[in-house]
Design a protein around this ligand. Structure first.
Ligand code: ATP
Length: 346
C-alpha cells in the first residue's frame, strides 16, 4: 500500500497582516512515489506553498509533515537542510566555477569518497549526461544545465523533490522533450515530487495528481483524468482545458442554449447555468440555415482551430481533425462527442 510522504493540514501563509493570504487553508496528501503538479495562474500562491514545504518560509497556521515527521507548525520549525528534500529552480542555480561532477557532488559532502563517486555516476546516468562530467555550466545548453540541476538535487536521494517551474526558461522544443524525461527520471529514481507550473499541458503530462490553485486556495486536487473530465468549478475547467461556456436554461430533460439543445445527464437542482463544451468535443456539420458561422480557421498540423460566432455575437473555439476542412463563412450546426455535458451554476 502507498504511504503518505507529505501531508499539509490547513496551511495558511500571510505576508502582510491585512492582506489576503498568499496560501489559504491548504490541505493535501502526496503519496510515496507520486508526482503532484501544482497548477494555477500567476500569483495564486504556488511558489509560496513550495517555499513553505521547503522551509524557506514560516507559516501562520496549519501543519506540514514530511515522511511522518512534523517539519512545521505553530511551535515547530525544522530547517531546510534537515527536511531530506531536493530542490530545482527555474534558473538552474548551478555553481559557475564548478564542473558538472562537482556541481552534482555539492550535496554529498557527508558521504564517503566511494559513495560520492558512485552517486555522482548514478545521478549523471539518470539524467543522461555521461561524457559531459568535466564541462562547466557555460559550456552547456539550457536543457543540459537543467539536467545538471536535477542530478544535483537527486544525488543525495531525497525523499521529496520540489521543482519550481524547472522548464520555464527553456525553448519549446527542449521543454517538450525534457518534460517527458523529467517524469521518467523521477519515476526511475522512485522519488516523490511536487512540480510547480502554470502550463496546463505540462501539469497533465507530468503528474500522477494535479492540484489547481486559485487565490491561495487549492481549488481541486485529483488525477489528470479527473481534473480534465470532471472539473470541480468553472475556474478549473477554464484554466485546465480552456473550455467554452454557453448560458443555458433547463427545460424538461434538456438544456436549451442559443446554439442548440443538449441532453440532461445529471440531476441538477438549478434551472439556469452555463454548459461547458471543450474545444475538442465539438462536431461541426455544415447547414445552410444554421445560426452559427465560422469566422476564422487556423491550421495547427493535425487539427484546425475554428473561431465560431453565435447569433448573440459570442465567440466559441473549436478544434477538429484536419480530414474535414470547413471554409471561413460556412454556417454550421453544433453537436458534441461526449455524452455528459457538464453544467455550472451561473
Ligand atoms: P507565479 O506563477 O507568478 O510565480 P505564484 O502562483 O507562484 O505566481 P506566489 O509567488 O506564491 O504566486 O505569490 C502569491 C502571492 O503572495 C502574490 O500575491 C504575491 O504578490 C505574494 N507574495 C509572494 N512573496 C511575497 C513576499 N515575500 N512578500 C509579500 N508578498 C509576497
Amino acid at each position: 500500500m502507498q504511504q503518505a510522504i507529505l501531508q499539509l493540514q490547513n496551511v495558511t501563509k500571510r505576508f502582510l497582516e491585512n492582506a489576503s493570504p498568499a496560501v489559504d487553508n491548504v490541505s493535501l496528501t502526496l503519496q510515496q512515489g507520486d508526482v503532484l503538479g501544482l497548477l494555477g495562474p500567476s500569483g495564486c500562491g504556488k511558489t509560496t506553498l513550495l517555499r513553505l514545504i521547503a522551509g524557506f518560509e514560516r507559516l501562520q497556521s496549519g501543519e506540514i509533515e514530511i515522511g511522518g515527521q512534523i517539519v512545521c507548525d505553530y511551535s515547530t520549525y525544522i530547517p531546510t537542510e534537515q527536511r531530506d528534500i531536493g530542490i530545482v529552480f527555474q534558473d538552474y542555480a548551478l555553481f559557475p566555477h564548478l564542473n558538472v561532477s562537482e556541481n552534482v557532488a555539492f550535496g554529498l559532502k557527508h558521504f564517503s569518497k566511494q559513495q560520492i563517486q558512485k552517486r555522482i555516476a548514478e545521478a549523471i546516468a539518470l539524467v543522461r549526461l555521461e561524457g559531459l562530467e568535466k564541462r562547466y555550466p557555460y559550456e552547456l545548453s539550457g536543457g543540459q544545465q537543467q539536467r545538471v540541476a536535477l542530478a544535483r538535487a537527486l544525488a543525495p536521494q531525497p525523499q521529496l523533490m520540489l521543482l519550481d517551474e524547472p522548464l520555464s526558461n527553456l525553448d519549446i522544443q527542449v521543454r517538450l522533450q525534457l518534460r517527458e524525461e523529467v517524469r521518467d527520471i523521477l519515476k526511475a529514481a522512485g522519488t516523490s515530487a511536487i512540480f510547480v507550473t502554470h502550463d496546463q499541458e505540462e501539469a497533465l503530462a507530468i503528474s500522477d495528481m494535479v492540484g489547481v490553485m486559485r487565490q491561495g486556495h487549492l481549488e481541486q486536487i485529483g488525477t489528470p483524468e479527473e481534473i480534465y473530465t470532471h472539473p470541480a468549478s468553472k475556474f478549473v475547467a477554464e484554466f485546465v482545458t480552456q473550455a467554452n461556456f454557453i448560458p443555458a436554461h433547463r427545460q424538461g430533460n434538456l438544456w436549451e442554449t442559443e446554439v442548440g439543445s443538449f441532453e440532461l445527464t445529471a440531476n441538477h437542482t438549478h434551472d439556469t447555468g452555463e454548459i461547458m463544451i471543450r474545444q475538442e468535443d465539438f462536431i461541426l456539420k455544415p447547414a445552410t440555415n444554421a445560426p452559427i458561422v465560422i469566422r476564422t480557421r487556423r491550421f495547427l498540423g493535425r487539427e484546425y482551430q475554428y473561431c465560431l460566432q453565435t447569433p448573440s455575437g459570442k465567440e466559441l473555439h473549436a478544434r477538429t481533425m484536419t480530414d474535414v476542412a470547413l471554409p471561413v463563412g460556412t454556417r454550421v450546426q453544433i453537436s458534441v462527442t461526449v455524452n455528459a455535458i457538464q453544467v455550472f451554476p451561473q
